[in-house]
Design a protein around this ligand. Sequence first.
Ligand code: NAD
Length: 519
Amino acid sequence: LSSRASAVLGALDIPTAREVPGVYDGAWSGSGEVFESVCPTTGEVLARVQGASPQELQAAIEKSREAYHFFRSVPAPRRGEILRQIREALAAKRDELGALISLEMGKIRTEGVGEVQEFVDIADYATGLSRMMNGRVVASERPGHSILEVPNPLGVVAVLSAFNFPVAVYGWNLALSLAAGNATLWKPSPTTPLCSVAVTKIVSSVLERNNIPGAVAGLVVGGKNVGEAVVESEHVNMVSFTGSENVGRQVGKVVQSRFSKLLLELGGNNASIVMPDADLSLAAPAVFFGAVGTAGQRCTSTRRLYLHQDIAPAFLSRLQDMYNKLKPGDPLAPATLFGPLHTRAAIGIYSSAIQRLKNSDAQILCGGQTYASSELPSELHGGNWVKPTIAVPTKVDLASDIWRAETFAPVLCVATFSELEQAIEWNNGVPQGLSSSLWTRDIRNVGKWIGPAGSDAGIVNVNVGTSGAEIGAGFGGNKSTGWGRESGGESWKQYVRWSTCTVNFSDEAPLAQGVNFSA
Ligand code: NAD
């Protein structure tokens, strides 16, 4: 192992001499498929992680059920105290875990650390929430009756997560799910197994110290087969799935067919709109971060840019300047702003998108190809490097995949408009509905944008880019993004089963609506 990698793994006590066990249900095991964790920056194999066999998976689900039966009776504020300790344990390893995210996923270090911070923040939030997960008392129409709406724990919540936020997405789910009194079983992305092992070690050390069954926060590393088996299991009461629209569509059907609870956080195809009155010195860097940050691999990355015709040339020239100065580098190095794509396969996705643009005569303003090895420092030659791209297609054709499909790579498509209504129509005219952003200083534009005829996305920002949400509000998207909401806001209400309890304190037993059924 390179010294670069062993420093990061060593700081988190991840032994790499032999296969790392990828199953935790109170004890560590793993005798199923072996997954290589490959560093996207250098191509170095970091470790081999052994996932769950079918028997280990079923045993882990069984252990999760038992853990739920224990945990649901732990008072909610006590569960909050466990979350507070998890928060402390994560914060103590923030830099080390942030570096591991950077090493294994490929995002730059400050974003890796930011991801751990998000977990810390949501754990704080859920600690407070544990004393505020209130139900309601509803006025009854019958004398001597009360109606209570009671949030009860739900059961086993499976969290299936994507590669691009290998820690935070689990954090959002775990924190709310534990506060609600559930057991959580995590099936992480098979290409970021070390992040999931490291997080589970930290969380389980807190659980074990408090004599809470470790399977309250279980882990099953695995690929498609393990994912399918988790989703199909009758013993899983809720599936929270974060990933692509294609897989989400299959997962949604299976979960729906067995009437389990479902939370979907799927792909985004996010637009920024810049009006002529916008402050370009704020808008341009925000679009730049939105489009090239995380090398275009955020669900909220800016993929479409609609510029008012009056400012389009000036804006594009600023943006191109920033693109031209961007240098690829090791995401672990402090000065790096642009890292690799996560997998070799993603280079193919990028190249097909570029080919599609070229076939349709789009103008390529920047990028449009992979780096020649002479353009890269030798230590990066084994990595997955593509040039961030700005393209101006000949027209906005919302039937074409150029505009409709989420390309999970740094490719930004640009068009100009003359009326805000046109730009909003383009913003809304795609299947996805995750994030959107309008740049303006005119309050009338803001009113249109956030109102009934405005953006139909779940995230509707003003003078804030499409990516970089805070945990306090609900996070999620509409339409083919799946309608799920995670993190803050009302999201916790999905992780419970609601009981409507009508209680009769009187000596009569009247029927509702005055129905008379006396013999
Ligand atoms: P993916 O859909 O390929 O994989 C997601 C997870 O599903 C992985 O754990 C994978 O192993 C598992 N999986 C694959 N096939 C399965 C099946 N048939 N049944 C059950 N599970 C299965 O997604 P990815 O490439 O890891 O992540 C990128 C995608 O995730 C992008 O589309 C991105 O927009 C989306 N994403 C969305 C959000 C959001 O909050 N909306 C956040 C992050 C990522």
